[in-house]
Ligand binder design. Sequence first.
Ligand code: KIV
Ligand code: ZN
Length: 391
Amino acid sequence: MSNTNVQIFDTTLRDGEQVPGCKLNTEQKIIIAEQLDLLGVDIIEAGFPVSSPGDFKSVEAISKIVKNATVCGLTRSVENDIKVAAEALKHAKTPRIHTGIGTSDSHIKFKFNSNKDAIIDRAVKAVSYAKSFVEDVEFYAEDAGRTDNEYLARVCEAVIKAGATVLNIPDTTGYCLPSEYGAKIKYLKENVKGIEKAVLSCHCHNDLGLATANSIEGVINGARQIECTINGIGERAGNTALEEVVMILKQHPYLNLDTNIKTEMLYGLSQLVSDSMGIYTQPNKAIVGANAFAHSSGIHQDGVIKNRETYEIIDPKDVGVTESAIVLTARSGRAALAYRAKNVGYELTKLQLDEIYVNFLDFADKKKEVNDDDIHTIIENSRLYKEIISA
Ligand code: KIV
Ligand code: ZN
């Protein structure tokens, strides 16, 4: 892995699947895992094997079929979790165990009724035990976002010594500001002894709508893995959206950070995950929403028809969307009407367009969106119809 490469760790099938009511069966998970592998994700977190027999079966089945990506299973810092995960992952070409424990004051006090030293002890034991099964062990410091940096650095140093290859720094509650999260990663890079032996990973939740921004700040400050899900699905307000971080890095080449993702597959995967889980994607969702490449105001439509780049920073084909959409509404101008009329076979002169546009506005005021059939109706009912079709 070069120093400019950011590893994409997909957790759609683990953190993503924690969305209430969106449980997938093993067959659906296998189909998604195959597509994620083709998409080029570096790591697929396939599930939490000890959590249920179904999850164990899915992680085992995914381990068997994935060809390129590392397959990862989640555990707590509990011996049996780790043993069960190792068993579920035993057929994977490159298995990874993801173990960890809460490190914030609130987790230490309320979840574990414990103290800072005892937590480090448990973390080290978990990593050492996981290491007895697999080479690649990722450690998560749950609620790292609200953990003080000095203690977090002590935890990281201890688990690196125990053999952790990746350090996951989750903003579990989605609390951090981008500047804070970036500073946390920078602090760990500069203050953890042995940090060069491990990859720092961003795992950001979206409770304040900052998951994507925080992950990007994380990699700008030295992290080299982002944990994310397709469509940003996940616990509560969700996780970092894979399609967003990947396209941000692609569209900002001066950051000198890249991924192995085949971006033309993004839209298809978004649809697959949304259909399989029965979660509809908001139309204004960045990159993959139905309106992400749709233009409806007259000013924008006129610009896009003249040159797509006036109002689009991404070529829709780069993410698997066939073309930008010019949506006809009462806010549309003549340029959009002429463009759409031409697409359905009518080449209008300037004078014809002026007259048809008046009819169009009258129609559009009564309807939210004017479709191709409506364009035919408007033109067929106009007094210019014969003249238009005889041209
Ligand atoms: O958000 C979180 O802290 C997690 C960990 C279990 C990695 O999902
Ligand atoms: Zn999470």
